[in-house]
Design a protein around this ligand. Structure first.
Ligand SMILES: N[C@@H](CCC(=O)N[C@@H](CS)C(=O)NCC(=O)O)C(=O)O
Length: 221
């Protein structure tokens, strides 16, 4: 295990889990600054100077500073993934990867699950919107179902037998949905079970969510 002078800021959310999972896949040692959302810890002067968005996760590697969970996972795989992870080798392969990543981030994360978080858990801040919550739940299922034809039939992960950025984004959204009791199409079951067998997946889940007292076993209840 090599120490590469990497620090991840943030723990305890689906987005921070992505950063910890990507690093767990590389097997390298890194430091965590375990600040949490909705605690005021993202708003200190020290953290705001680092990340004016006041959001977690955030990654520091020497002079490189990266916000956005997608950009962090992509950077970690690029720099530290080596041949343990999938990197798209051609423009067509990059397009297939981007199609997954963009669809997951926009349609499953930002427009649906995050709407549920803002107007559900955080309704005191963002306002109650029961109709938006219901519509988001239905939209999640509809879009997840529309992605089913592209699920892998001959490989363990989405784009090959190696873990990719798209797998990390998709799995974290599917588990986020399950935590929110949002239905996920049955067609994802085999894929989810295969990827969830990865030691790095479980290790990072339990590490990231320990502060909330949630383990991956809780999802299966
Ligand atoms: N698009 C960003 C979203 C990051 C985000 O919204 N993080 C939330 C927690 S999941 C946060 O830091 N909120 C600020 C706070 O709650 O203090 C990403 O994917 O990293």
């Amino acid at each position: 295990m090599t120490q590469e002078n990497v620090t991840v800021w943030g723990i305890g959310t689906t987005r921070t889990w992505r950063a910890h999972w990507a690093l767990a896949e590389t097997g390298m040692a890194y430091e965590t600054k375990p600040i949490q959302s909705r605690t005021g810890e993202t708003q200190t002067a020290e953290y705001t100077a680092l990340n004016p968005k006041q959001k977690i996760p955030f990654l520091v590697h020497g002079d490189v500073k990266v916000s956005e969970s997608f950009a962090i996972v992509d950077y970690v795989f690029d720099v530290f993934g080596g041949d343990r992870v999938y990197r798209p080798p051609t423009p067509a392969a990059r397009a297939a990867s981007n199609e997954w990543c963009s669809g997951i981030l926009m349609e499953l994360d930002a427009h649906t699950l995050y709407i549920m978080r803002r107007h559900g858990d955080l309704k005191e801040l963002y306002g109650e919107a029961p109709a938006a919550l219901e519509a988001a739940k239905e939209y999640f299922y509809k879009l997840a179902e529309a992605m089913v034809p592209k699920l892998p039939t001959t490989t363990t992960c989405l784009l090959s037998n190696k873990i990719s950025v798209a797998d990390i984004l998709l799995m974290t959204c599917l588990d986020w949905a399950t935590l929110y009791r949002v239905p996920v199409p049955d067609a994802y079951a085999d894929y989810r079970a295969r990827v969830a067998e990865r030691p790095a997946f479980k290790q990072a889940f339990d590490y990231n969510f320990e502060v909330l007292g949630v383990t991956h076993k809780d999802l299966q209840r």
